[in-house]
Design a binder for this molecule. Structure first.
Ligand code: XMP
Length: 327
């Protein structure tokens, strides 16, 4: 099974902890047989797939796994901290943390074209990861969080994003323990491995992160406002039981200002746009109805707690015609 890219028809869908435990046990054996006493490198973003692969490989080979977490400065609030907490402090992982915020934000300065932004972020990610990899001795394997839909739909939604890949010229054998699993199965395996529920069931987050939600040319202050406003939205969705019901929800902030009044003074502030959608495959999406009282509350919190935001708007455009992200 290790080298096959075809899921056998006989393979049972992993829906329970018992089935997940059996899968984990089998993969632990396979990974140990594949890797022996060699070292394995993994880019650990904190997303579901790479996190589950990390936890599985830590179980199989412990410190022979070297995880590299690159913080590109476009993470959501608390995300890198959670990766460190769960993997370094919780699972005693061999984790290298790189704060590359300045490198990414300096390169992105003044760049407003969305595809250029994506290319810069993707290209720089590979560079940083490559640099780190070249400092390490005797790495023979590269682990990846490939899942079955990636194999089936290599022309699908993910293909046009052109970020998140790893250096093609890295001459390392791949270790892809969840490549025959569907997303729901990866989550069941993640929970069986003891990863936190909110990490395993988190909403999708694009590789270029907040970079494609801080619209147009990114500035540090608007990016910071976006990160804070997004944290408020996520906290309120969590508290009000929407986190499990809405597929993807976030804030985007366009590169424009609108006048507001704070303490009797005029303020040229930014507009925080709420987007909350439901979908099954991200190819089409519907708009989730959010109770007005909650929207009022979120608006009050964002405008009072987040510096520089003068109003909150809601995007009610389904896909089509609006894509889920804004750029
Ligand atoms: P769109 O905006 O194309 O988004 O309707 C569909 C899904 O893909 C995610 N998305 C991305 N994911 N890199 C990614 O890894 C990207 O550049 C990217 N752009 C969009 C989006 O969040 C949604 O879930």
């Amino acid at each position: 099974m290790a080298n096959s890219n075809v899921r056998p028809e006989s393979m049972e869908r992993i829906t329970t902890k018992a089935l997940a435990d059996a899968f984990i046990e089998e993969q632990v054996k396979e990974v140990r047989a594949q890797v022996g006493d060699k070292k394995v490198l993994l880019a650990l973003s904190g997303g579901v797939d790479s996190s589950v692969v990390a936890a599985l490989l830590i179980k199989a080979i412990g410190k022979q796994l070297v995880c590299v977490h690159v913080n590109h400065g476009l993470m959501r609030k608390g995300e890198s901290e959670q990766v460190i907490e769960v993997f370094k402090n919780g699972l005693d992982a061999n984790l290298i943390y790189i704060d590359a915020t300045d490198r990414f934000l300096d390169l992105l300065k003044g760049v407003s074209d969305p595809e250029k932004k994506r290319k810069i972020i993707g290209g720089e990610f590979i560079k940083v990861f490559d640099e780190e990899a070249s400092k390490l001795d005797d790495i023979s394997f590269l682990a990846q969080g490939t899942i079955y839909p990636d194999i089936l739909e290599s022309d699908g939604v993910k293909a046009h994003h052109n970020v998140g890949g790893l250096p093609e010229d890295m001459e390392m054998e791949l270790v892809e323990p969840v490549k025959l699993l569907y997303k729901d199965e990866v989550r069941v395996v993640g929970e069986a491995l003891g990863l936190p529920h909110e990490m395993v069931y988190r909403q999708p987050f694009p590789g270029p992160g907040l970079g494609v939600r801080c619209l147009g040319a990114i500035t540090r202050d608007r990016l910071e406002a976006l990160r804070e406003a997004d944290a408020v939205l996520r906290e309120e969705f969590d508290k009000n039981g929407l986190a499990g019901k809405v597929w993807q929800y976030f804030i985007a902030i366009p590169d424009m200002t609108a006048v507001g009044v704070i303490d009797g003074k005029r303020l040229d502030g930014w507009c925080a746009i709420i987007r909350a959608v439901n979908t099954t495959d991200a190819m089409t999406a519907t708009i989730e109805e959010i109770p007005y009282a909650l929207l009022h509350h979120i608006t009050a919190r964002i405008t009072s707690e987040v510096k520089g935001i003068s109003r909150v708007l809601m995007d009610i455009t389904p896909k089509p015609v609006g894509t889920i992200e804004f750029e």
